[in-house]
Unconditional design. Structure first.
Length: 229
C-alpha cells in the first residue's frame, strides 16, 4: 500500500505544480494582453492629441492674420501720454477659430538693435473672456500705449518718427476650451512708425514732404519709403 500512497502523493504534487505553472502562464498572458491593450489605448490618445495639435497649428498659421490696423492719439495725450491702438485679427477661413485673450506687448527702438518695452494696457472697451470664438472675418481688440516723451528713441529711416514693434501672442484652442497639451501658441510681430505726440506736424513737414497728405499718426512698416533719399 505504501508504494501506491507514494505514487498518489507524487501525482498529486505533479498536478498541483502543473496547475501552478498553468496559472502562472495564464497570469503572464493576461498581463501581456492587458499591457498591450493599455499601450494601444495610450498610443491612440497620443495620436489623437497630435492630430488635434496639427489642426490647431493649421488654424493658427493658415486661418489667422494678425496686424496693427489703427493708432490714434487720445484726446488728452499731452497729459496722459497715451495712444489708442487697434489690433486686428482676421479669420480668413469659413470655420470658426477659438483663441485665448490676445496678449499684446510693444517696444520702441532706442538703438541700432536695441528696444525698450513700453506699457500696454487694456482699453476697457471689451470683455476679457478666457476664450474667444472668431467667426470668419475681422475681429478688433483695443489697447492703450503709454509713451514717455523723454524716451531716447532711434530715428530709424523716417525722421522724427518712432519705430515700434508689436508682439501679439495668443493660444489657439479646441472648441472644448483649455486642456493641457491641446493648445497651440501663435506669436506675431508687427512693425509701424509712430508720430511722437510732442513733435508738431510743422516740425515733421519741415523734414518730410507728404504733399497734400496730412501728416499721419502712424504708418505700417510695409507702407514706408526711405524719406532720407
Amino acid at each position: 500500500m505504501e508504494p501506491i500512497r507514494n505514487y498518489l502523493r507524487t501525482m498529486r504534487s505533479f498536478f498541483t505544480a502543473r496547475k501552478a505553472v498553468t496559472f502562472l502562464i495564464a497570469a503572464v498572458l493576461i498581463g501581456l494582453v492587458v499591457d498591450y491593450y493599455v499601450g494601444e489605448q495610450q498610443e491612440a490618445v497620443i495620436r489623437a492629441r497630435e492630430a488635434k495639435i496639427k489642426q490647431l497649428e493649421k488654424q493658427a498659421f493658415y486661418m489667422l492674420s494678425v496686424d496693427v490696423r489703427d493708432i490714434r492719439e487720445t484726446r488728452d495725450i499731452r497729459k496722459s501720454w497715451k495712444y489708442a491702438a487697434t489690433i486686428r485679427i482676421d479669420n480668413v477661413a469659413d470655420e470658426p477659430v477659438y483663441i485665448s485673450y490676445p496678449d499684446v506687448r510693444a517696444f520702441v527702438q532706442v538703438g541700432t538693435i536695441s528696444w525698450m518695452e513700453i506699457p500696454v494696457a487694456d482699453a476697457g472697451s471689451e470683455k476679457k473672456e478666457q476664450m474667444f470664438k472668431l467667426n470668419s472675418g475681422p475681429h478688433r481688440f483695443q489697447r492703450i500705449l503709454t509713451i514717455n516723451p523723454k524716451i531716447p528713441y532711434n530715428r530709424y529711416l523716417i525722421p522724427k518718427y518712432m519705430h515700434i514693434r508689436f508682439l501679439v501672442r495668443m493660444s489657439v484652442l479646441p472648441e472644448s476650451g483649455f486642456k493641457e497639451g491641446e493648445i497651440f501658441e501663435r506669436k506675431s510681430d508687427s512693425y509701424i512708425y509712430l508720430k511722437p505726440f510732442w513733435i508738431t506736424e510743422e516740425e515733421i513737414s519741415a523734414v518730410i514732404d507728404f504733399g497734400d497728405t496730412k501728416v499721419p499718426v502712424y504708418m505700417p512698416i510695409t507702407g514706408y519709403r526711405n524719406w532720407n533719399n
